[in-house]
Design a protein around this ligand. Sequence first.
Ligand code: MN
Length: 572
Amino acid sequence: MGLLITDSTLRDAHQSLIATRMRTRDMLPIAEMLDKVGFFALDVWGGATFDVCLRFLNEDPWLRLRDLKEKVKNTRLQMVLRGQNLVGYRHYSDDVVREFICLAVKNGVDVFSIYDALNDMRNVKLAIEVAKDQGAFAQGAICYTTSPVHTVEKFAEMARTLQSFGCDSICIKDLAGLISPWTASELVKAIKKRVSIPVALHSHCSSGMAHMGYHAGVLAGVDILDTAFSAFGGGASLPPTEGVVAAFRDTPFDTGLDLDLLYEIGEYFVALSRKYGPLFTTELIHPSVDVLTHQIPGGMFSNLVNQLREQNILDRLGEVMEEIPRVRADLGYPPLAAPVSQLVVTQAVLNVLSAKRYKRVTEELKNYFLGYYGRPPSDVNEEVKKFVVGDRKPIEARPAELIASEWELTRYAGQKLGVLRDEEDFVTYALFPQLAVRFLRGELEEEAMPDILEAADSSASPLESPVELSVDVDGEVFNVKVSPPLGKALEVEQTRVAKKISRGAIVSPLRGMVLRIEVEVGEKVKKGGVIAVIEALKMENKVSATHTGVVREIFMREGQRVGAGDVLGVVD
Ligand code: MN
């Protein structure tokens, strides 16, 4: 049998290159043609799809899946599933995992590519079993990374475990594009020795080695390769579908796919890439060996750039990139796969922004040290752990074991809201409660596409460029960027600064959304007591009282977007 190809243009490619911004309306016109090719599967859903659809595109992710299913009648639809994290950023209870997978199958998913960011096999077992129960194809994915503790033998053992769970195939998921051709070959051979199921190789061109890795992998026995059409391939994305198919033509590995048809489809994506042109960043189009050090996957990188831009701190990108490997080492060398990648990157950002490393930490980081994500690949930095969680002992159990059933509670809370229409809405609500409600109430808008002309015009006069100011508030220095129009912005900033200086002001540390307000007006709070939780950089950030006192005013409401430095309330 020839080589099989899973095309990921509609999922991983745009997740890696343009922060998952491809719209469903741009996918549907080419779906029937894609179905004609004879791919093993079309990877179209999961990963960041779900979150981005709601947060930025004002799209129902379930509808995308159903619409694609209607057009793709012959080819399997694949999704990437973060094990017990599903498509979210935390562990969900077992019953939510079951509901999600059953509904995904019902709506059209045929293949689940299931991984755990820490490669903790306990976190993927249930998802694999449920997928199998539902008659779906379960691919067990191993997150590839390099570190002093990761070896070919260890990875190969994981493959054996995944087969024992009932997996139909194994995927070497080289999400950041780190695997060398030599290692690809060694790893494939080692896995093939231990399992009898097909082996897939999934690599990104980030470092420039993926094409060679694919060739070496195939010679060593790989059965399935993941690719993306060339207009959305290469760089931070996957090797190009057309090129890979051409490379193995007239060899024992011939895919049998029609190159002319691929070329025709490729033209559609070339045109589409022009439409999304302004969203492509140079750093992601061109490979860089730097990724071998920082290990940030493409999808994460485009996200990071967006998040830093949103926080107005894009100029600190270099420092953040240098801090990431240090945080990763402190955490016991996790592969930088979602949701742990977000946790590591956000902590690196906070470490760069704070005077002292780990002075400000997210709730997620505490949970990581307490074992609520699973077992880190190796020992964590004990000093950092103690600083973050004190003497608390990490849990030994599988994390979801300790999560009480969430589904009935979700149903109960969801019903009271009166906006959830069907089972799919309930699952969306279980995963992203705040976003789901705002989405269903029609409060979210589709993010505007940047104008090509606007993006090309970088010749703004110096007067219109942002002005940076340092503002000292009670001994803490805030960097304030003033954007044009200058006069108006300065006025606003001055009011903000004036508000900040006012005694007892509780200030938002980052730009984000108010998740929860934990106090009421008139309530007494102690220094360090939690006032509110802000979701920023996709993580939960507690805002604490800087001194003991009484809450006099609250200027925010749950679900509201706040800027860095905004006064959220007053405690005096
Ligand atoms: Mn990938």
